[in-house]
Write a protein that binds this ligand. Structure first.
Ligand SMILES: NC(=O)c1ccc[n+]([C@@H]2O[C@H](COP(=O)([O-])OP(=O)(O)OC[C@H]3O[C@@H](n4cnc5c(N)ncnc54)[C@H](OP(=O)(O)O)[C@@H]3O)[C@@H](O)[C@H]2O)c1
Length: 256
């Protein structure tokens, strides 16, 4: 897809990976609608690229559809959706209360699906568009202490694959972005800083560059860094070995 002149909605564009994606898309000539929850942060990012702002808490039922409508209202259409807004939650599953669980699933899984539901039909009609979903290596490898987060990302993964098959020959592309550890406020927000030495965090700009290349070249999957593909391959081919290695080297649930 040629991005020049295209209208792109980036959810979670106010910070981290999303803010870097906004800059890359704008540099490629797209008109960007920056979604965020924090009005000031979102406005600051939008101002840097001459973009518009749409606000909304995507963990609240019904808000994803409002965000989609507000984004369409800006330029009359959305050609590219980057469903990036998300948050983690770290701790033993038994400590996650019902409200937290529902907010997490709403934000990390249901909101992207509702955004796609609202934005996809006009893309199919125009026979042009792209959906980029930001997953996580957690959705391929499983992580102790992040069972629900990992489950939402695993669901996004198979949703992306299914949708891509369904949209074959429609002119609409689907990409799943699979980042490993990225240097953003994600870890502070989830309540547990990233303290491991490896894998080393990559920058949000690196993920953004790969994501935008993925859209431009209609890539089904974009792994950042690429070598992370090894982990799910070992899990598929030698599950017993994988579980032993995970128990030894993987993250452990805090406060168990
Ligand atoms: N960082 C990593 O290591 C990593 C690895 C794999 C995947 N990911 C995924 O990458 C995506 C972006 O994360 P990040 O690392 O850039 O984290 P981040 O710096 O914490 O940014 C998160 C973004 O999501 C928005 N957001 C959070 N909760 C929201 C809510 N309830 N409603 C609406 N927007 C909300 C934030 O908006 P406000 O700032 O306006 O609140 C912010 O723009 C997430 O989907 C995450 O799961 C991150």
């Amino acid at each position: 897809m040629r991005l020049r002149g295209k209208v792109a909605l980036v959810t979670g564009g106010s910070a981290g990976i999303g803010a870097a994606v906004v800059e890359r898309l704008a540099a490629a000539g797209a008109q960007v609608v920056v979604h965020g929850r924090d009005a000031e942060r979102s406005a600051a990012v939008a101002e840097r690229v001459g973009g518009a702002v749409v606000l909304g808490d995507l963990a609240v039922p019904g808000v994803a559809a409002e965000v989609a409508e507000a984004a369409i209202a800006v330029h009359g259409r959305v050609d590219v959706l980057v469903a990036n807004a998300g948050a983690g939650w770290s701790g033993p599953f038994t400590k996650l209360n019902g409200d937290e669980l529902e907010r997490l699933v709403m934000l990390d899984l249901l909101a992207p699906l509702h955004l796609v539901r609202c934005l996809l039909p006009p893309m199919i009609e125009r026979r042009s568009g792209h959906i980029a979903l930001v997953g996580s290596v957690a959705g391929r490898t499983a992580v102790a202490g992040e069972a629900v987060y990992a489950a939402t990302k695993a669901a996004l993964d198979i949703f992306a694959e299914s949708l891509r098959l369904e949209l074959r020959d429609t002119g609409v592309g689907v990409s799943l972005i699979v980042p490993g550890v990225v240097d953003t406020a994600f870890f502070t927000a989830r309540g547990r800083p990233y303290e491991r030495k490896r894998p080393r965090p990559v920058s949000a700009a690196t993920v953004a560059q790969a994501l935008v290349d993925g859209i431009a070249n209609d890539r089904a999957e974009v792994w950042v860094p690429g070598w992370l593909r090894v982990a799910p391959a070992v899990r598929a081919l030698a599950p017993g070995l994988y579980r032993r290695l995970s128990a030894r080297f993987g993250e452990q649930a805090p406060g168990r």
